[in-house]
Design a protein around this ligand. Structure first.
Ligand code: HEC
Ligand code: HEC
Ligand code: HEC
Ligand code: HEC
Length: 184
């Protein structure tokens, strides 16, 4: 009679099978996570970063036709166009839709002396010097560089590259040698 113990086929077999099942489960979880991440990342890139208050240019600059420079007053005078401080919002919102939760949040920023933590969306490469002043004085419309901001609820992230600058400088016969001057 054979007394050597039977190799326990059943056990490794079951283990192998369950390992296979585990691997499949693991891979599908990874797949779903990757899919969601991709979906989230691409949709965030499409509509732009979430802002602390869902401020809409479409409502303000579009429908209500408030002039860009009412809120970005330094654009033709200084290196920084300026993002409006909360006081400027309250100039209207002390009276308009005061009870609206986001407007309440504005009041909270104001009362606690906290600057609204707006997220910046436009970037130039670090070594490039850009100044609005010269451009606005030449009456280049905001739209030529920023697109139809007045039709956007949320502004998208945008990186300006040198090609964009040079193309227009070429066309408008502006200084292209300036690349020496722009790069510091
Ligand atoms: C010159 C007046 C004015 C200024 C300044 C102003 N708003 Fe408004 N805002 C309005 C009007 C008008 C509405 C539309 C109200 C309505 O729908 O009844 C509005 C609507 C809103 C809404 C409602 C949501 C929406 O998009 O419909 C939010 C939030 C808002 N404003 C935030 C702001 C913030 C933040 C600022 C400052 C950066 C600001 N507003 C500055 C006039 C102004
Ligand atoms: C009622 C005030 C208001 C008006 C009017 C307004 N803006 Fe703004 N703008 C803001 C606020 C608040 C932000 C910051 C939040 C955001 O990015 O949406 C902003 C952000 C921007 C930015 C992005 C800044 C960055 O982060 O790089 C651009 C570009 C801009 N505005 C252009 C315009 C132009 C062009 C117009 C006119 C068509 C305009 N704005 C009218 C309030 C205003
Ligand atoms: C010739 C192209 C050009 C034109 C025209 C232009 N912009 Fe800009 N704007 C830029 C660039 C490039 C940046 C990013 C600059 C940076 O990050 O230093 C910018 C950034 C901004 C910002 C954000 C500034 C900050 O502090 O983060 C605002 C607000 C803005 N522009 C408003 C306007 C308004 C309003 C007009 C029209 C009156 C306008 N721009 C016209 C190219 C332009
Ligand atoms: C839509 C057209 C347009 C775009 C886009 C544009 N520019 Fe200009 N830029 C001009 C014009 C026109 C002038 C000449 C203004 C003048 O003569 O005063 C100018 C002038 C300048 C000057 C001053 C040059 C000098 O003579 O000293 C600098 C610096 C500059 N631009 C940088 C940039 C940068 C950086 C970008 C890209 C982020 C850019 N510009 C995008 C049209 C444009």
């Amino acid at each position: 009679m054979d007394v050597t113990p039977k190799p326990a086929h059943d056990f490794p077999e079951a283990l192998k099978r369950s390992r296979g099942a585990l691997a499949i489960m693991f891979l599908s979880v990874v797949g779903v996570v990757l899919f969601l991440y991709y979906f989230y990342a691409s949709s965030a890139a499409d509509i732009g970063p979430e802002q602390p208050i869902p401020f809409s240019h479409q409502v303000h600059a579009g429908v209500k036709n408030i002039q860009c420079q009412f809120c970005h007053p330094y654009v033709d005078r200084s290196t920084f166009p300026g993002i409006p401080p909360v006081e400027k919002c309250l100039y209207c919102h002390k009276y308009i839709i005061v009870k609206y939760p986001w407007i309440q949040k504005e009041h909270q920023y104001f009362n606690t002396n906290t600057p609204t933590p707006w997220r910046k969306v436009n970037y130039v490469p670090e070594h490039v010097f850009f100044n609005h002043q010269r451009h606005i004085r030449k009456e280049i419309a905001c739209e030529e560089c920023h697109g139809q901001v007045q039709h956007a609820d949320r502004l998208k992230e945008h990186r300006f590259f040198m090609g964009f600058c040079i193309e227009c400088h070429d066309k408008k016969k502006a200084n292209v040698d300036c690349w020496l001057a722009c790069h510091n």
